[in-house]
Design a binder for this molecule. Structure first.
Ligand code: NAP
Length: 323
């Protein structure tokens, strides 16, 4: 089945392929390999790529997309390219310039989807994690509704086809939805989501508001020590998930991806390995039974890999609420 036809309509009339290619790699991984890997992903059938200012990789992902357009493999309109506003650009006057400067770096004219990466503002400027003399991250306070209005202007200016949020809890989403004079609803909320953190309550809320939930870290994350406690359980080694996958002669990774699609969740998968990139597109080739889905639902333990503990004292830290 052609992955590019497996897409969901967003609340603004645009479409999003239900399988996306995750492009984050930790700082020590050479960036230039990303051109080759993103091209492989597009050749394998991925037509949705997820990037961000934070990832410091946008020019490479952009180059790969341009190259696959140039060789006739895809058309620009068949690709969904996502980027994200970093926390140091939340002051409303910084939002559009941040997108413009990142569009200049990556050779694309517009992004299909622009997300507020986190609901937490940090001191404005180019330093990703501004710190004081004691090494403490410097927070800023910016009204999320004001950030959202600046995002709406990016859409009006044609720089982003769609706009949405990431890592927002239900309360923060409601704040935007109830904003007087709201022009555009967020089309999606991209959050950590996998069988150990299945986000069922947030998913129900998003569905009730016609907001797509997009799952990041759906394979249990890259477990990099920058972000993830090394003692955390390894999702793809979970005995129940592994036994189910074995019974169906599929890998645990494919099961974890398929689980999301059958719950109406758009799912991202990162891989730097050609064989695994090609394997992940097989998510469209099989179905889980309702019994399988129940078993996977039963693995939920509200366990979060990416807790962002350096920001836990931020007044807008999203993960203290139940959902
Ligand atoms: P992930 O998709 O959870 O993948 C984790 C690991 O699974 C990868 O490192 C990959 O290793 C391995 N893998 C992939 N396919 C596999 C397969 N078929 N079998 C076995 N292993 C497989 O990783 P993630 O990068 O943490 O999350 C995905 C994307 O979500 C990111 O790249 C980024 O775009 C986005 N994200 C967003 C946020 C946010 O705050 N909005 C946070 C985290 C992530 P190999 O490369 O060795 O295959």
């Amino acid at each position: 089945m052609d992955p590019k036809h497996q897409r969901v309509e967003l609340n603004d009339g645009h479409f999003m392929p239900v399988l996306g290619f995750g492009t984050y790699v930790p700082p020590e991984v050479p960036r230039n390999r990303l051109v080759e890997v993103t091209k492989l992903a597009i050749e394998a059938g991925f037509c949705h790529t997820d990037s961000a200012h934070l990832y410091n990789n946008e020019e490479y992902v952009g180059l790969a997309i341009r190259s696959k357009i140039a060789d006739g493999s895809v058309k620009r309109e068949d690709i969904v390219y996502t980027s994200k506003l970093w926390c140091t650009f939340h002051q409303p006057e910084l939002v559009q310039p941040a997108l413009e400067s990142s569009l200049k770096k990556r050779p694309l004219d517009y992004v299909d989807l622009y997300l507020i990466h986190f609901p937490m503002a940090l001191k404005g400027g180019e330093t990703l994690l501004p710190k004081d003399e004691n090494g403490k991250v410097i927070f800023d306070t910016v009204d999320l509704c004001a950030v959202w209005e600046a995002m709406e202007k990016c859409k009006d200016a044609g720089l982003a086809k769609s706009i949405g949020v990431s890592n927002f809890n239900c309360r923060q989403l409601e704040m935007i939805l109830n904003k007087p004079g709201l022009k555009y609803k967020p089309v999606c909320n991209q959050v950590e989501c996998h069988p150990y953190l299945n986000q069922s309550k947030l998913l129900d809320f998003c569905k009730s508001k016609d907001i797509v939930l997009v799952a990041h870290s759906a394979l249990g994350s890259q477990r990099h020590k920058l972000w993830v406690d090394q003692n955390s359980p390894v999702l793809l080694e979970d005995p129940v998930l592994c036994a189910l996958a074995k019974k169906h002669k599929r890998s645990p990774a494919l099961f974890a991806l398929r689980y999301q699609l059958q719950r109406g969740v758009v799912v991202l998968a990162k891989s730097y390995n050609e064989q695994r990139i090609r394997e992940n597109v097989q998510v469209f080739e099989f179905q889980l039974t309702s019994e399988d889905m129940k078993v996977l639902d039963g693995l939920n333990r509200n366990f979060r890999y990416v807790v962002m503990d350096i920001l836990v004292d931020h007044p807008d830290y999203p993960f203290s609420d139940e959902f």
